[in-house]
Design a protein around this ligand. Structure first.
Ligand code: SAM
Length: 328
């Protein structure tokens, strides 16, 4: 995931073709085909081009069609449906944003989190519904071989991550004593419409992610996180300051900072350098050039497009949803 302000400068056809080739290909055949069909259709590209640039994201437009019940059909049927339902799609696109909440990302966070002194106050900026705030409540399976369960036993949420490069796998999950999230628009897993939107954001054919979302939502419903509405740059200092002595504040974010412009990302980087909290960043390459510069050598794999960093230092490359990670 590149910074959104970079994507916003691409025209619609290029943006959807790029999404097909670099995001959907190999992950969702349906989205791959639909995005290529959009890229080749002048009329549909024109409809999308009339949206504000930051609303032209393929992920957002496609999620709106799924929220509205688009049939899982070949591209020509999809395009006809899109033209017919464009006013409804447009309304949903303007009202919503990409808030994919992927519990699988905690598999990538966990090896770093488990290295930190606890107990931990886990703070997530850009938390969506807060489902990445429960790494200690999920079971994690690495390389189909090593399994780490919560102290209470196996979880209904199981993350699966393939590793290379000698990932320092933890023996156990860390002790997390509070879960706090901030988001421009916190989602509520007890609200059926929010759950419907979260499911719409999962790509066609990814049934394991649908199941994981439901299981993670059940865990969050039983022990809700504290989620506040607000801008991460405005909120982070007071949230960190409120953590009591004797507890380690850990700020994490996954697939969030790409939504800020360069000035906003720089401001956040500066705050993290100053605030004294531990900082786990999991974002696409290019989001923090400051972190990219700490990547040793020039090793970069294209299928692991996200960079995991601790306190501003790159530690690993990983796949965006936490399916794979390569330790540096
Ligand atoms: C793609 S979702 C990722 C959610 C979660 N971190 C995960 O990985 O599952 C990005 C989230 O960041 C939030 N967000 C974007 N810009 C933000 C900002 N300036 N302040 C707070 N939240 C923001 C969005 O509302 C959205 O919920």
């Amino acid at each position: 995931m590149r910074p959104l302000d970079v994507d916003n400068r691409m025209d619609v056809a290029a943006r959807f073709a790029d999404f097909a080739h670099h995001e959907a290909y190999g992950n969702s055949e349906r989205y791959d085909n639909w995005c290529q069909a959009i890229a080749a259709d002048h009329e549909v590209c024109g409809l999308i081009a009339d949206l504000p640039a930051h609303k032209q994201q393929p992920n957002l437009v496609l999620a709106a069609t799924r929220y509205l019940g688009v049939p899982e059909a070949p591209p020509e049927v999809f395009l006809a449906w899109l033209r017919e339902h464009w006013n409804d799609v447009r309304r949903e696109v303007l009202a919503r944003s990409t808030q994919t909440n992927e519990a699988g990302r905690t598999a990538v966070i966990l090896p770093l989190l488990a290295q930190l002194d606890g107990p931990i106050a886990l703070i997530e900026v850009g938390a969506s519904a807060g489902l990445c705030l429960y790494p200690d409540r999920y079971s994690h399976v690495y390389d189909d071989a090593v399994r780490i369960d919560p102290p209470a036993g196996p979880s209904t949420v199981v993350t699966r991550c393939a590793t290379t490069g000698g990932v320092p796998l933890p023996q156990q999950v860390p002790e997390i004593v509070s879960r706090f999230g901030v988001d421009l628009n916190p989602l509520d897993v007890s609200d059926p419409d929010d759950m419907r939107w979260l499911h719409a954001l999962i790509w066609p054919g990814q049934n394991d992610r649908d199941e994981r979302l439901d299981a993670a939502a059940a865990i969050a419903r039983a022990e809700p996180p504290t989620l506040v509405r607000g801008d991460l740059n405005e909120q982070i200092e007071s949230i960190v300051d409120a953590v009591p002595a004797g507890v380690t504040p850990v700020v994490q974010h996954t697939a969030v900072l790409a939504y800020l412009d360069a000035a906003g990302r720089d401001r956040f980087y500066g705050q993290m350098a100053r605030l004294g909290a531990r900082w786990i960043s999991f974002e696409g390459r290019g989001v923090f050039p400051q972190i990219d510069r700490t990547i040793p050598g020039r090793r970069q794999r294209d299928d692991n497009r996200f960079v995991l960093a601790l306190d501003g230092q790159a530690q690993a490359f990983a796949a965006p949803h936490g399916q794979r990670m390569h330790w540096l």
